[in-house]
Write a protein that binds this ligand. Structure first.
Ligand SMILES: N[C@@H](CCC(=O)N[C@@H](CS)C(=O)NCC(=O)O)C(=O)O
Length: 214
């Protein structure tokens, strides 16, 4: 019999920002789920078992009653539709919801240079000493411009109530905040508010080992 319990596949290092986003969506929806870890260093995600499950061979992947889904934002959308009665992870309003998805798509397809120069592992294991390149600085400015525009003065969240897009934006901003790069105070405070959420704390509380220095 296929298990009805939700399973979230993720890297055994528990470092991925995308895995964090899927984990937070599951927690916020208060769904019970099991974590299944894969050793990405030994490329366990390319072995037959996982290749059969995940379309992309990437983590995270969600498995629900034999149905497997990759891509963290698709996972959040699926969970929203699977459990419409529990706490929302996307705005109720159609236009706000579209804006939340717009932001998610942008964060996942742009700003690659910020991701490269400020990898998410620094949020757990400490700062990188290299200064941002001019290209990364320009990308960071674009990020601040977008965040500043979306986050209304005095607002706690981007789109009224909290949504998973808040976590995704905070994840991107925290690559810079946690590294000690210059971030507008209002945006740094927003990141802190996101990091204070129980769902994010649950992720940060997972025990993880710093990678050995080569
Ligand atoms: N767009 C994907 C990105 C997923 C992704 O890049 N996962 C990385 C970890 S952060 C991965 O699986 N890397 C292992 C590999 O590519 O072999 C999402 O949102 O889920």
């Amino acid at each position: 019999m296929e298990s009805t319990k939700l399973k979230l596949y993720l890297g055994a290092d528990y470092v991925s920002a995308f895995a964090m986003s899927a984990f937070v969506a599951l927690k916020e929806k208060q769904l019970s789920f099991e974590l299944v870890t894969l050793d990405l260093k030994s490329r366990e995600n390319y072995l037959e078992n996982y290749r059969d499950l995940s379309l992309t061979c990437k983590i995270p992947a969600l498995v629900h009653e034999g149905f497997a889904l990759s891509e963290s934002s698709a996972i959040a959308e699926y969970l929203e539709e699977l459990a419409p009665g529990s706490k929302r992870v996307y705005p109720q309003d159609i236009k706000q919801r579209a804006r939340a998805r717009q932001l998610q798509a942008w964060l996942r397809s742009d700003l690659l240079v910020v991701r490269k120069e400020r990898p998410f592992d620094l949020v757990y294991f400490g700062k990188k000493d290299t200064p941002l390149s001019d290209e990364a600085r320009a990308a960071a400015e674009r990020l601040f411009f977008v965040a500043d525009r979306l986050l209304e003065e005095g607002a706690e969240h981007l789109f009224g109530d909290w949504s998973i897009a808040d976590t995704d934006l905070a994840i991107m901003l925290n690559r810079l905040v946690a590294n000690g790069d210059a971030v507008p105070a209002r945006l740094a405070a927003y990141v802190q508010r996101q990091w204070d959420r129980d769902s994010v704390r649950a992720w940060m509380d997972i025990e993880r080992k710093a990678p050995a220095i080569a």
